[in-house]
Design a protein around this ligand. Structure first.
Ligand code: AR6
Length: 187
């Protein structure tokens, strides 16, 4: 599924984030940048040790923010390590921190002149963020960002499994009318 926002595109795809081709690949990192399972494991496995070497030098990243490293052997220019919140009950600032992690990741990519971004669904694995709520935040943050940053040509959410893809599809359908999107051929 794909929608146009101005001259940019927001896409949803099912797949493995570490196999994507994009200028920037977003990693679902932890605040220590110490690696782990899920997306983090897949990215470091596929990208090789140069990514972790740079993470160690940087030393860490606060929750809700993002840092960039080389992309090693991935088909990307940079990996943007974004740190989502550990979900407890939704009243501990989780929505703001999740939106902030995406905003920082996308803004950092834009500052680095990167035009295409592939991102996983931050927070919805080990960190326990409920998928429906996380999808709404992810999609609306991406839409707002693309409206304000036409230099970024594409954000693609790469979701693991058809269930996650369907949740994101519903979130995008819900967000589209309220965001007054420009759909292809409807200027
Ligand atoms: N490609 C795309 N999506 C994936 C992949 C993949 N290869 N692997 C998992 N997902 P998670 P978090 C989905 O746990 O919740 C790590 O240990 C997965 O189904 O990767 O932000 C870090 O070091 C889920 O929907 O990230 C941190 O300590 C989503 O990606 C912690 O986990 C995110 O799952 C971060 O937890």
């Amino acid at each position: 599924m794909k929608i146009s926002i101005g001259t940019s595109t927001l896409e949803l795809a099912e797949g493995d984030i570490s196999k994507q081709q994009a200028d920037a690949i977003v990693n679902a990192a932890n605040a220590q940048l110490s690696g782990g399972g899920g997306v983090d494991g897949a990215i470091h496995r596929a990208g090789g040790p140069t990514i972790m070497a740079e993470c160690r030098k940087i030393g860490g990243c606060p929750t809700g923010q993002a840092v960039a490293t080389n992309a090693g052997m991935l088909e990307a220019e940079k990996v943007i390590h974004a740190v989502g919140p550990v979900y407890s009950d939704g009243s501990q600032g989780e929505p703001e921190l999740l939106a902030s992690a995406y905003e920082h990741a996308f803004s950092l990519a834009a500052e680095l002149g990167l035009k295409t971004i592939a991102t996983p669904s931050l927070g919805t694995g080990a960190y326990g963020y409920p998928m429906e709520d996380a999808a709404r935040i992810a999609v609306s943050t991406a839409i707002d960002f693309l409206r304000e940053n036409p230099g970024v040509e594409r954000i693609r959410f790469v979701l693991m499994g058809s269930e996650a893809l369907n949740v994101y599809r519903r979130a995008l359908e819900e967000a589209a009318p309220t965001q007054r999107l420009k759909l292809p051929g409807h200027d």
